[in-house]
Write a protein that binds this ligand. Sequence first.
Ligand SMILES: *Cc1c(COP(=O)(O)O)cnc(C)c1O
Length: 387
Amino acid sequence: MREKFLPFSIPTIGEEEINEVVDSLRSGWITTGPKVKRFEDAFKEYVGAPHAVPLSSATAGLHLVMLALNLKPGDEVITTPMTFAATVSMIVQAGGKPVLADIEPGTLNIDVNEIRKKITPKTRALVPVHFAGQPCDMDEIFALAKEHNLTVIEDAAHAIGTEYKGARIGSLDSVSVFSFHPIKNITTGEGGMVATRNEQLAEEISLMKFHGMSREAWKRYQASGTPNYDIMMPGFKYNMMDLQAALGVHQLAKLDSFIEMRTVLANFYTEALYEVDEVLTPLEVPYPHRHAWHLYTPLIRIEELTINRDEFMNELKKLNIGSGLHFKAIHHHPFYRETLNVEPGELPHADYASDRILSLPLFPLMTLDDARDVVEAIKTVIARNRK
Ligand SMILES: *Cc1c(COP(=O)(O)O)cnc(C)c1O
């Protein structure tokens, strides 16, 4: 058994990040300022988006993008049940009615044919989530959106560095919301970014994110700024700090090397777990793409075992292997069970995955020996608990 506990994720923070944060602390400027601008520009360049808005989290980004839809009571927004609560909660907070469309069983991405079945005259927007860092079939989703005059909002929290048919997520003709939470592919502590080709939307979000003040209002304490300001609308406090962007600029520069290491580890898992009948490894999408490997999420076939998934995770923990849960399906949470009225059996693939999924340790500082320990522990737990 492994001697030291292997967590599910650890952020990769180097001396560059540390020195940049210290530089901000010594500079006298710690909140939104020049480093946020630097990070915004580097991010736009990396994803290939003409406009990007740095924010305090992806949840903030989803909130503002949903508000920009100007939903009327009864308006519906279709998304996936296999996502973090924020995706769905922000639809509710913006006054919309979330509607869940089932996933594809192998990739766990939203199934476009299932979206089609859920479209009604009340539908306003589609919110695909690039699950685990693998792109949804955006051509199909855009075609469906065009046919029914719907807005597309990509929840790209897992998809920094993901490519779809040669294009980076963030550069497509929609709006994408990224997260820099510590478990995501790059981190700013907490943080998020909205990227879009839509200049008007970027302007609107920029205004909403900081009290409804005009765009460059943060400069008002600098020599070049003016202390006076105008409130254009009742806004929020969703701005990113320079302390966060100090991390982000260096994290972004390392992203491609992070993804390379994640890919090596993911490929190792897939090969090593191939022979284990009780484990279903994730399938890759059939079109050209780069998987950002934010998560490695096999399904444990608990029907072959005497323990459930939670017990399986607990047994792994006893063998010093951490794991994560991404995700328990949205309609299995008490609030959404009571409010969404999902019929039993309406989302069979999400139900199946929800009870069997777990996230294996996956982060750039991990070694292949660590990954070997994970596979050994999985085999041990299965051998001890086979029916
Ligand atoms: C992490 C995550 C979010 C929320 O990101 P924050 O930056 O923590 O607000 C939203 N959607 C998905 C799919 C996520 O995994």
